[in-house]
Write a protein that binds this ligand. Structure first.
Ligand SMILES: [Zn+2]
Length: 372
């Protein structure tokens, strides 16, 4: 590919992002009291003062910034007039938060997940076994609604981490586990994706009942949801005997980014999100290759109507921006694998406590054993 062509694609993406930053900030200013107040206090009117990402960063420095405790204040004033889907964050790093998703937000959501599948090079006719978290959490939505998964080109088997009731007799437990194993053999997935803990714990439980990974030919395992520690990605890849791919997806921002086959980092989904890294104390961007806190703005085209605004929002995750050049040909910015500082122990298997990651697998296995 010609260098000029690559540069042209990057320039086009930059223009698109600035266009969408203008649309998203103006809509938020006009249709959300809390964000309107933040912009007003900063002396910024998005209609006249924000032409793109650099101006949005100036607004951040003047105090236009949001975090998890602000989500409930960031619903659009027109939300009640729209058909809405309501989801909740898992609460892995704090109190669960409610998000209102409009049709346009869902389309944005689906675009991001479809992009991630294309980075994994899921081919026509291939089969994807998915392990979402139970509803109403984020991965249950992402795997149920992504049109790519529902297209005739791929086949999907959704496993909702079924439990085996404790009250069953041993032979009944055995029979039930064997039925799950038979389903997986029959489906014979090319790709496995899901919440890390589910892919880990459920698979280990089935292996204990005789599931043989040698009989399967899984090419990739990919992780959605909260940041998945590298040791765990590696361990699950080894468990499924497949190449592990990280994905960074959240209830707030949907698909933030996904790893490609070059494994050079996470390709940020810049068509739909502006993500940069900052030092919150200094209110400054950090340089490339330096780890800072994430700062995200969900991007929308003019005329689209999100029901929850995510503007200059931080998940409080740690990551670094790396480069917008990758051997795969993508021109989107690469970021390092994010990490999250969990404030408390995970609830019911959602999220992972970084301090206890060594015992993660054992704890997950114990949890499954207790459930059966
Ligand atoms: Zn790449």
């Amino acid at each position: 590919m010609q260098v000029t062509e690559v540069q042209q694609r990057r320039d086009d993406l930059d223009r698109l992002m600035d266009l969408k930053v203008r649309a998203a900030t103006r809509l938020a200013y006009d249709h959300n009291e809390f964000l309107h107040g933040l912009f007003k206090s900063a002396g910024i009117n998005p209609h006249t003062d924000i032409s793109g990402r650099s101006d949005l960063l100036k607004a951040y420095k003047k105090g236009v910034r949001t975090s998890s405790q602000d989500v409930a204040k960031c619903y659009a004033d027109y939300a009640a007039q729209l058909p809405l889907l309501e989801i909740w964050s898992s609460g892995s790093s704090g109190k669960p938060k409610k998000f209102l998703l409009s049709k346009d937000a869902l389309e944005r959501w689906n675009r991001g997940f479809s992009k991630a599948w294309s980075l994994l090079r899921v081919a026509d006719g291939e089969k994807i076994l998915v392990f979402p978290a139970p509803p109403p959490h984020m991965t249950s939505l992402s795997y149920s609604l992504t049109p790519f998964l529902n297209s005739p080109k791929v086949r999907t088997l959704v496993f909702r981490v079924p439990s085996i009731p404790k009250s069953l007799a041993a032979e009944e437990k055995e029979r039930l586990a064997q039925s799950y194993i038979d389903m997986i053999y029959d489906f014979n997935p090319d790709h496995v994706s899901g919440a890390g803990w589910a892919m880990d714990a459920f698979a280990r439980m089935l292996v204990s009942y005789g599931l043989s990974m040698e009989k399967l030919r899984v090419k990739t395992v990919s992780f959605g949801g909260d940041p998945t520690p590298s040791e765990q990605r590696k361990s699950i890849g080894e468990l499924w005997r497949a190449e592990p791919f990280d994905a960074y997806a959240t209830s707030e921002a949907a698909m933030v980014g996904c790893e490609c086959h070059s494994h050079s980092g996470i390709h940020i989904n810049e068509d739909d999100i502006f993500l940069t890294t900052v030092d919150p104390q200094a209110a400054e961007e950090v340089a490339r290759n330096e780890v800072g806190k994430d700062l995200c703005t969900n991007l929308y085209n003019e005329g689209e109507l999100p029901a929850t605004f995510i503007i200059n929002y931080s998940h409080n995750d740690n990551l670094a921006l790396l480069s917008d050049k990758c051997t795969c040909g993508e021109v989107t910015m690469l970021a390092s694998h994010p990490t999250r500082d969990f404030k408390k122990k995970p609830i019911a298997g959602f999220g992972f406590d970084m301090k206890e990651k060594k015992s993660l697998v054992q704890r997950a296995a114990r949890k499954v054993r207790r459930a059966i």
